[in-house]
Design a protein around this ligand. Structure first.
Ligand SMILES: Cc1ncc(COP(=O)(O)O)c(C=O)c1O
Length: 419
């Protein structure tokens, strides 16, 4: 029997898109229970504050009869929306303070991105994204909404510079020549995988460009709080939220959208809570209600996150401990790479850093896939730059947001893989 007679042809087309890391999750290393397992420095997860956060959650988990119902609708409880506003007003300093009518809650940022694809674009439209980028954007936009990611290459230009903005315009013109319809620019800010932030000036330039070309500007700020001090960066660009910029004279504010969630900054990928903020585009948010049953976050996660984000004292302490642990992990990992002569790109944000492993095997013709195989033999999982559509070969993303014993074990295995 052919596959097509068992499942639809579109399901067949997407079979190869199933995440490749499930086998890693199936055999995760643990020093006592699974010492022969795989050390996972590949998946963008943040375990730095897991102990504190699980304690908090366990102290707050409280089901009410209301939690067993459809609650306040499918886009998050009133309480969660209120807490998100309080928290985001504090952390992102929006130019116009957020109120619940400016946002809706989603089961994660991946889902909020798909909401953008669905309601800002039509089938076969394109969204411009600079390389390298988190490649799941490809399938999040494509699978159900049918929207294409159109890659923007930078060559020697710094992707975070004002010149970088011009590369988007060039790509837009090329798209037009091919009769492709571009609807939006999607930024990842701070950037996965490069770990850097866009300056306010550059963000304003993106706003001007989007205005000129009639595009939406979508800012995925899922790593907004994952910023840290890096004394080795002489002039680090701090994080600026797109929401903090006065759009007057720059862009029609109805075209500015920001996404944030708990998966990265709070290391809570399993809770599935994110949000989509669009401050003056009422019809956009309203349109999402039409298919909000697919995007309905669980009431238990909703309730516990509402309590977490409303607790200002806890959040203040959490953010300060988290950022200092992240800085320590970064310092530890980079010291290790310097000691072993492995080049890396300095960064001051996100959960990872980019290292160049082809330098380690100089003089050989090993490709990124060969290196991944060598790493896998040593039972350590990383992801390669190619999977982020990187323009330069040889770079690998290493997740550093792990307790020291996990990070050390992973780093040790990376070096052992080349012995
Ligand atoms: C840039 C970016 N956006 C969104 C997501 C998905 O987040 P969530 O778990 O909230 O769906 C990720 C996860 O790696 C990410 O790196």
């Amino acid at each position: 029997m052919s596959l097509e007679s068992c499942i639809s042809s579109r399901a067949v087309a997407y079979l190869p898109q199933a995440p490749k890391f499930f086998d890693v999750l199936d055999d995760l290393w643990h020093p006592i229970t699974n010492p022969g397992g795989i050390v996972n420095l590949g998946l963008a997860e943040n375990a730095l504050m897991h102990t504190e956060l699980t304690e908090f959650i366990n102290s707050k988990l409280h089901a009410t009869p209301h939690a067993l119902t459809y609650g306040d609708g499918f886009t998050g409880s009133k309480q969660l929306k209120q807490s998100l506003c309080q928290f985001l007003n504090q952390q992102l300093k929006p130019f116009t303070p957020l109120v619940p009518a400016h946002l809706l809650a989603t089961p994660g940022v991946g889902n909020a991105l798909e909401c953008c694809a669905w309601s800002l674009c039509d089938q076969d439209d394109c969204v411009l994204v600079g390389r390298p980028y988190w490649s799941a954007f490809d399938y999040i936009f494509k699978i159900r909404a049918g929207v294409n990611i159109r890659q923007v290459s930078f060559g020697p230009v710094d992707p975070f510079s004002l010149e970088g903005v011009q590369e988007y315009e060039k790509e837009y013109i090329r798209a037009k020549q091919e009769s492709a319809r571009v609807k939006a620019i999607l930024l990842c800010s701070p950037h996965n995988p490069l770990g850097r932030c866009y300056s306010k000036e550059v963000l304003k330039a993106y706003m001007r460009l989007c205005d000129k070309l009639g595009l939406h500007l979508i800012s995925d700020e899922i790593y907004a709080l994952s910023v840290f001090e890096n004394p080795k960066m002489p002039d680090p660009v701090p994080f600026t939220s797109i929401l903090s910029i006065n759009t007057q004279g720059l862009i029609d504010q109805r075209k500015v959208h920001m996404l944030w969630g708990l998966s990265k900054d709070f290391g809570a990928t399993g809770l599935r809570i994110g949000c989509l903020v669009s401050q003056v585009n009422e019809s956009f948010l309203k349109s999402l209600e039409s298919f909000s049953l697919f995007n309905f976050p669980s009431s238990l996660a909703d309730g516990v996150i509402a309590s977490l984000l409303a607790d200002e004292a806890y959040i203040q302490q959490y953010v300060s401990s988290y950022q200092s642990r992240l800085a320590k992990s970064y310092a530890r990992a980079t010291q290790f790479f310097r000691k072993h002569g492995i080049p890396y790109k300095e960064s001051n944000a996100t959960l990872f850093l980019m290292v160049n492993l082809t330098e380690v095997v100089q003089g050989t013709s090993l490709a990124e896939d060969d290196i991944l195989t060598m790493l896998r033999k040593e039972k350590v999982y990383l992801t390669s730059g190619t999977s982020y559509r990187s323009e330069q070969p040889g770079w690998f993303r290493v997740v550093i947001a792990h307790p020291q014993y996990v990070l050390d074990e992973g780093l040790k295995r990376i070096v052992q893989a080349f012995k």
